[in-house]
Design a protein around this ligand. Sequence first.
Ligand SMILES: Cc1ncc(C[n+]2csc(CCOP(=O)(O)OP(=O)(O)O)c2C)c(N)n1
Length: 577
Amino acid sequence: MEKTGAQILIESLLKENVEVVFGLPGGQALPIFDAIYGSGLNFILVRHEQSAAHMADGYARSTGNTGVCIATSGPGATNLVTGLATAYMDSVPMVAFTGQVSTAVIGQDAFQEADITGITRPITKHNFLVKDVKELAKTIKEAFYIASTGRPGPVLVDIPIDVQRGKCEFIYPEKVEIRSYKPTYSGHAGQIKKASEIINRSERPVLYIGAGVVVSRAEKEVLEISVKAEIPVTNTLLAIGAYPTDAELALGMLGMHGTYCANKAIQAADVIIAVGARFDDRCTGKVCDFAGKAKIIHIDIDPASISKVVDIDIPVVGDAKIILKDMSKQIEKKERKKWLKQINAWKEEHPLSYEKNDNKLHPQYVIEKISELTKGEAVIATEVGQHQMWAAQYYKAKNSKLFLSSGGLGTMGYGYPAGIGAKFGNPDKEVIVIAGDGSFQMNMQEMSVAILNEVDVKVVILNNHYLGNVRQWQEMFYGKRYSHTCLSKRKDCPPLCNTPNRDRCPVYIPDFVKWAESYGALGMRVTEKKEIESALKKMLETKNSVVLDTWVEIEENIFPMVPAGASLDDIITRING
Ligand SMILES: Cc1ncc(C[n+]2csc(CCOP(=O)(O)OP(=O)(O)O)c2C)c(N)n1
């Protein structure tokens, strides 16, 4: 029987076992939304298409499945752009569908026409403009295949309205065959041998693990190798939870706000084994000074990432899990007493720390309490800023896929919708969004989605009344000239104020408590350290959306810090430190 393009899309999604789709309709997507009506597809209506992409992303990162979103043409499609770029930078599998004007008028500046395949070419793994309904099913099959295989990423499928209305026989392909796209999974035996020999000979090796370890589910293999050969492990932001945080060999995160010991270990290492990590500049610091004493082994499924940033001595292209399994057989058991002693000395010299002996409400304390009360088992989604880095430093995630954060693009407005998307994929898990008061305001309208669909996502705002991360840079590198980072600043404030003071400053808006209540959520505010624990407990006991607005120290800074463009050697452990 013949089906319309729109019906083919919906049936293809059902064939792909898509659990949930996020999106918002419009004129050029009407046939698609008509086909959704009564189809059984679990479609979630968002309030802004950017959030649809972030929800699909949060769903994907927390489940390992491909996230799906749908938007209309023109502004609906362009609203997806930030979400696609976020997913692209962090290698998240996603398929986005957009409505498009009719094929006959493409290129004529038709109403709500945007060249979305042109616009998204550099921020998608691949994209398609489907011009013939007969190509649609095959294209959808390919889109899901490309998004989820090799190095995952977002794929966009643009479907003109006449293709949505056009009819043909529906046959969903069983298999995909793309001649120009064949990811390599097993690593080259010779390279694996060479890498293993170098590791066996090394005195001061470090494993540097990234998102690829999570994607290929290679956590167990990393652990085995590190324990067997006593190799300390540092992780990127996206690999938080992939290695047990409290293990003796765990160094914590590396890079700009990484731990002192991780950065020291990288700089002193004689061999770096990078696994599924892409040498992001937030990790490497000044590239020409990165791990200057080390031979670098890079295991990655994406051949294009080899020597893209840092010159690699031994590349091994393929799936991290398969390669590490092979490598593990060749890596010898080894004790590295001297190296571990040095690592422990660095750990003791500058552990992560903040002022614990006063009664002030420090943001780090809030995160520590969340970590303690949830035992690291909750899914954490972060926004972007200081709060994100404190969450990365102080939340002890028990497993991977529990810490969702926009690493590569650093997208404010990501965390709340990503948390909602994660809750759809993990209805039995606690989902907590750690937000800054600036970032939360970028997509907080999605509370409608949370309330109406009864997904109880908890939001803890570390409210410093500032775009704190930028304020910190202004404090440290721009002579405390707080240019447009104060979120309480009113028309009649002194124009050059850099002396925030809650007793004197104008009333902060919005009142997040009243705002949450207006949606039917529980809103709470905490201004004192002694109130935090009971407020968090109440939040966790509540079976509803909660916004916990914590008024933390305004001018707290994140440390350690490697200034942008500086070498990891130049790590600052505190101001003037
Ligand atoms: C969409 C977007 N715009 C601007 C920035 C630049 N930026 C990075 S962190 C930050 C401040 C974030 O403030 P807030 O959410 O309040 O978090 P805090 O740093 O105070 O914890 C800004 C503006 C960004 N990352 N994303």
